[in-house]
Design a protein around this ligand. Structure first.
Ligand code: ADP
Length: 344
């Protein structure tokens, strides 16, 4: 894109499916051109519905959406020409070869002549599919099929590429290969990538900015570091051999809290937790103080804040709990401070 307009802008999207499921409830995102943006949320959060609206496959009840400078509601045809879509389900023809699929896709988008074969070969090479180019797609491994799907989405050189759950169903090795590919794509001049994922690690690794989606709206947005940085510091968890009584617990908390950089000390049963600006540096001090107070330590762990902690803070439940509940599940009460920041 030549302008500085955002590559994707959606505001106040509301979408209710028949039966009354409110899939989007004020959803909004803004994605700068040339960046990788991650929509992160548990299953049922509304990610796919957002992508369907942005890729012109669905209409919202209200709200606005523009992609590559075009209004997705008024000019869906223009948006379609400017985008590549890699859906969760492969669009490749299993009984055609990889190369045939690419050529067909290019033709559908009006790529003609020598440019067509050249682009197909370029993408086959780029996605390490040259050797398999003449084989039917049904003989490909899951990882190869996924790479071909991404190549198909890129055939007509789109400005914005949508990747819906790009690594779901892949084994760890194929997943990490796909991450490499996506990271490399992100370096392509001007290409904007919007990816949806329910893997915290995937968003953390690939996206420059992340919107955490819960129940049809964005609950937090920023770079992975900004989001984690808001939690200020590491979590230090100490397992004591014996639960101190209330008086001793209070003394321990006070003694630890006197150390600069340690705060939010809580003791619940045998478990003592605190936040520290620098967790590893705080550990020797914490151990010394506990020893001085006569508390015997069974184990100590330090955890950097994770996106799960961020999710917990904004959505009031853990990511894994939300996945298990589904969007329609009961809302759990926010977990208290002593449970934040655990190692996972
Ligand atoms: P995600 O992609 O984050 O998993 P979706 O956008 O697919 O979430 O779904 C959001 C909510 O809308 C869920 O509660 C889902 O069950 C519901 N939903 C999605 N598609 C339909 C549909 N075609 N008809 C009815 N409900 C739907």
């Amino acid at each position: 894109m030549t302008t500085h307009a955002p590559a994707v802008a959606a505001h106040d999207l509301i979408k209710t499916y028949p039966g009354g499921v409110r899939a989007l409830d004020g959803m909004g995102i803004t994605v700068s051109a040339g960046t990788v943006f991650g929509l992160l949320g548990p299953n049922g959060a509304g990610k796919s519905t957002t992508v369907k609206i942005l890729t012109t496959l669905a209409r919202p009840d209200s709200g606005s959406a523009s992609v590559a400078g075009h209004d997705a509601l008024r000019h869906p045809d223009r948006v379609r020409r400017a985008i590549g879509v890699v859906a969760q389900k492969s669009g490749a023809d299993p009984v055609a070869t990889g190369r045939e699929n690419l050529i067909l896709q290019g033709r559908l988008y009006g790529v003609r002549g020598a440019a067509l074969g050249k682009r197909a070969d370029e993408l086959l090479d780029r996605f390490d599919l040259t050797e398999a180019a003449g084989r039917m797609v049904k003989t490909y491994s899951g990882g190869m099929q996924r790479r071909l799907d991404v190549a198909l989405g890129l055939m007509h050189r789109p400005e914005v590429l949508f990747l819906d759950e790009p690594t779901t169903g892949l084994d760890p090795e194929a997943r990490s290969a796909m991450w490499e590919e996506i990271s490399r794509l992100a370096g392509d001049e001007g290409l904007t990538i919007l990816l949806t994922t329910h893997y915290l690690e995937e968003a953390d690794r690939l996206a420059e900015r992340i919107a955490i989606v819960d129940r049809g709206r964005v609950v937090a947005e920023g770079t992975p570091d900004e989001l984690k940085g808001e939690l200020r510091g590491d979590a230090v968890h100490v397992e004591l051999r014996e639960a101190p009584d209330a008086v001793d617990a209070g003394l321990l908390a006070t003694a630890l809290g006197e150390f600069a950089g340690v705060r939010e000390v809580t003791v619940v049963g045998r478990r003592l937790s605190a936040r520290a600006d620098d967790g590893p540096a705080a550990v020797p001090h914490v151990l010394t103080v506990l020893e001085q107070q006569g508390a015997s330590v069974a184990s100590v762990t330090v955890a950097r804040p994770s996106l799960d902690d961020v999710y917990l803070r904004y959505a009031g439940r853990r990511f894994s709990e939300a996945e298990a509940d589904g969007a329609s599940g009961p809302r759990l009460a926010p977990v208290t401070a002593d449970a934040t920041g655990g190692a996972r």
